[in-house]
Design a protein around this ligand. Structure first.
Ligand SMILES: Cc1cc2nc3c(=O)[nH]c(=O)nc-3n(C[C@H](O)[C@H](O)[C@H](O)COP(=O)(O)OP(=O)(O)OC[C@H]3O[C@@H](n4cnc5c(N)ncnc54)[C@H](O)[C@@H]3O)c2cc1C
Length: 490
């Protein structure tokens, strides 16, 4: 027999996005019934798990893909500023949660680590200098340093410089105040807060269908994976925060805003080193430049990580190909996502992205030896034996309709909401978890315009800079960054 339940809000998926949204709504509307459904036995075990992502607090301090050179060689800082602004919103939210005693010690999920961009050769070095000149005057980037001096770089990052040709032109920009984040741990801190505040958390439960009921409410069908017991949950608002599982569920809703979207999965691998002698010589996230044809998220980086209190090194990512949309998904995910409405966009993307196809084929065919050679570009004295290959999370890149090209591949995050604001979904990846808070605030603004005025005071309490462009308000930016750094012990 099928059971029936009701809820004001249903959150599908127990990753960082649903955990962030649930924690925000719980504080804005303490009286609402909120239910969360997650197919795995714990929260934060898919893309939000620390070993399934790189844990970089993406704030465009070191990621060169957010500030590429234009045709005339100049660098526009606009996108980097936007990403940094978004990260500051997340920082304020986490700081509010820590300061209010809602979640535990910040060291459980966030650690300070310098962010560096590192390049070699004349062209890349010139580009990095121009990027530094474009970003340094911006208040959010005012602590950025830059150098081409081998000795200075060796001080910043001995592993990267050890054994390097002294004649090689190298350049690096560095911001000391970067972060490493364990998004899995943060997710569980947030779901812990939700649990203590009467949110109904259901793990080991699959969402099998989302359909509009005759009364206009959403009917979310869920199935307990252990008992096969089925329940229909009638909800006023549904958030599809199912990561790689979101596209299928969005398609089930039948909302016109969800038509035409497709997904292209890109698998990932990292090399991980736990040898303390090596690990303790590196104290940075060092991001380089992506190779030609490579998608922006495949920029190589050598990162210090902190997971469960243990420090290690991560290098990657290497791309892989699997038709799964979730690491723990099904090989049928890609074929089952094909619809008449997304076939043309999918075919158009296949035709227009030969560089990406070539890149993926090359990556998939890479031997372990050539992966070790990749590490040596960033850590010349690396010994492959000290590194183990681990499988990262799946990214499902968004494919969407395009009036001229038929379809385009998008590397960012796509938020889809119905015109009546009763359902929202999130597709895509980058910059991902780091921007969970601003993305979820935007979803609330879109879906609950009638609550905007009554929520303002609480929103301002959570995010002192809510709705303010910090880069245009340097004094406020400095105050907020200093306060959040103090609370988060950065
Ligand atoms: C290789 C890689 C590196 C990355 N590096 C970074 C980084 O350095 N910094 C950064 O900010 N971001 C990074 N990201 C992106 C970041 O990991 C994601 O944006 C973020 O984790 C997405 O969170 P989510 O909650 O949407 O998805 P997830 O964490 O995947 O959560 C979705 C949940 O939904 C559940 N689910 C799916 N289908 C169903 C269903 N039908 N019923 C019930 N539950 C379901 C899944 O089990 C899962 O737990 C990276 C991603 C990858 C893959």
């Amino acid at each position: 027999m099928k059971h029936t339940k009701t809820a004001d809000v249903v959150l599908i998926g127990g990753g960082i996005m649903s955990a962030t949204l649930g924690s925000i709504i719980r504080q804005l509307e303490p009286g609402w019934d909120i239910s969360l459904y997650e197919r795995l036995d714990r929260a934060g075990m898919e893309s939000s798990d620390p070993w399934n992502n790189a844990g970089t607090g993406h704030s465009a301090l070191c990621e060169l893909n957010y500030s590429p050179a234009s045709a005339d060689g100049s660098v526009d800082p606009a996108k980097a500023i936007k990403i940094n602004e978004q990260f500051q919103v997340s920082r304020q939210f986490w700081s509010h949660m820590v300061a209010g005693g809602h979640i535990g010690a910040p060291r459980k999920f966030i650690n300070p680590i310098p962010h560096m961009s590192f390049v070699w050769g004349d062209g890349p070095a010139e580009y990095l200098r121009r990027r530094y000149e474009a970003l340094k005057p911006q208040p959010l980037f005012e602590t950025m340093e830059h150098s081409e001096d081998h000795a200075k770089l060796a001080e910043w990052t001995p592993l990267v410089m050890g054994g390097r040709d002294p004649q090689q032109r190298v350049a690096a920009s560095r911001v000391e105040g970067g972060t490493d984040i364990d998004f899995g741990s943060l997710t569980r801190e947030l779901t812990g807060f939700m649990e203590h505040n009467d949110v109904d958390l259901n793990f080991g439960t699959d969402v099998t269908d989302v359909a509009r009921g005759t009364d206009g409410r959403w009917e979310v069908s869920v199935k307990d994976r252990a008992t096969d017991e089925e329940t229909t949950v009638r909800a006023r608002f549904v958030f599809i925060g199912a990561g790689g599982g979101a596209l299928h569920l969005l398609q089930q809703t039948g909302i016109p805003e969800g038509k035409g979207f497709g997904g292209f999965p890109v698998g990932g691998q990292f090399l991980r080193c736990g040898n303390e002698e090596i690990v303790n010589q590196h104290n940075a996230k060092v991001y380089g430049q992506a190779s030609v044809g490579a998608p922006p998220m495949s920029v190589p980086h050598l990162d210090t990580r902190f997971v469960n209190g243990k420090r290690s090194l991560l290098f990657g990512p290497y791309a892989g190909f699997s038709t799964k949309f979730l690491k723990r998904g099904s090989l049928l995910d890609l074929p089952l996502s094909l619809r008449p409405s997304n076939l043309i966009p999918m075919l158009a993307v296949g035709k227009d992205n030969m560089d990406l196809t070539k890149y993926l084929v090359t990556e998939v065919l890479k031997s372990r030896e050539s992966k070790d050679e990749g590490v040596k570009e960033y850590y010349p004295q690396a010994n492959g034996d000290a590194w183990e290959l681990i499988t990262a999370g799946q990214r499902v890149q968004v494919i969407k309709k395009h009036p001229k090209k038929g379809g385009i591949l998008q590397f960012g995050t796509e938020m889809i909401t119905s015109s009546d604001g009763s359902i929202g979904a999130l597709l895509g990846a980058s910059p991902g978890a780091s921007t969970a808070a601003p993305i979820m605030f935007e979803m609330l603004e879109r879906c609950f315009p009638q609550q905007a005025a009554s929520w303002q005071p609480k929103l301002k309490e959570m995010i002192p800079g809510y709705g303010v462009k910090l880069n245009e308000n340097p004094q406020l930016a400095r105050e907020i960054m200093s306060e959040t750094a103090k609370v988060l012990q950065l």
